[in-house]
Design a protein around this ligand. Sequence first.
Ligand code: CA
Length: 220
Amino acid sequence: MRILVVEDEPTLQAQLATALTAASHAVDCAGNGVDGHYMGESGAYDAVVLDLGLPGLDGISVLRKWRGAGRNMPVLILTARDGWHEKVAGIDAGADDYLTKPFHMEELLARLRALIRRAGGHASAELACGPLVVDTRNGRATVDGQALSLTGHEYRVLAYLIHHRDEVISRADLVEHIYAQDFDRDSNTVEVFIARLRKKLPAGLIETVRGLGYRLTTPP
Ligand code: CA
C-alpha cells in the first residue's frame, strides 16, 4: 500500500517513514501543507497521515480541499494534546480517524491497517482468497497454512491484489500503489513480481485479464 505522510516535524516525519516502510508500505513525505496538498491531490494513495499544524497551508484546509475535489482516500489526522476542537474540526472536514501526539507507532500502524481494510470493504485483518491467507498485521502470507517466503515487493503486490480481491487491477495501478514517488519505476518489474508470485501460489489464483491487468480470485 502507498502512504502519504504530511508532517513538518523532521524527526517525527522520519520516524513515520521508517515505521511505515518497515510495515511493507511505499511511503512519500511532505513537510508543508502546500506540497502535501499537491501530492495528495495528484498521487494515488491508499491512506494519508496528516498533521494538522503545518506551515504553508494548515491540515484542516488541506483536508477540506481534498474532499472538495472528490479525493476520498482514508485520512488519519495527528492532533496536539488537548486539541479536542481540532479533532472535531478534522472529523467534520473529512478525517477518518485521529491520533493525539505523542502516540505509539504501533497504534498508528494498527489504525492505518484498519482504515485501509475498511476502505476495501474488509472487516478482518486477515484477508483470504481460497487457500491463500494474508495477515496484514505482520505481513505474512500462507497457503493451506504453509508460510510463503516473499520479498518486500512481492508482498506489496500480493497485499494490494488481495485488498482488491476479484477486481481487475492494471499494471499501471500496481505501479502507482507499490512504489514511492522517488522510486525508479518500471512497469516491467511488475510482470516479474507477478511471475514470481505465481510460482509460489496455487495455479490460477492470479488471473491475467487480457489487455486490462490482473485479478486475484478463487479459481473455479
Ligand atoms: Ca506540525
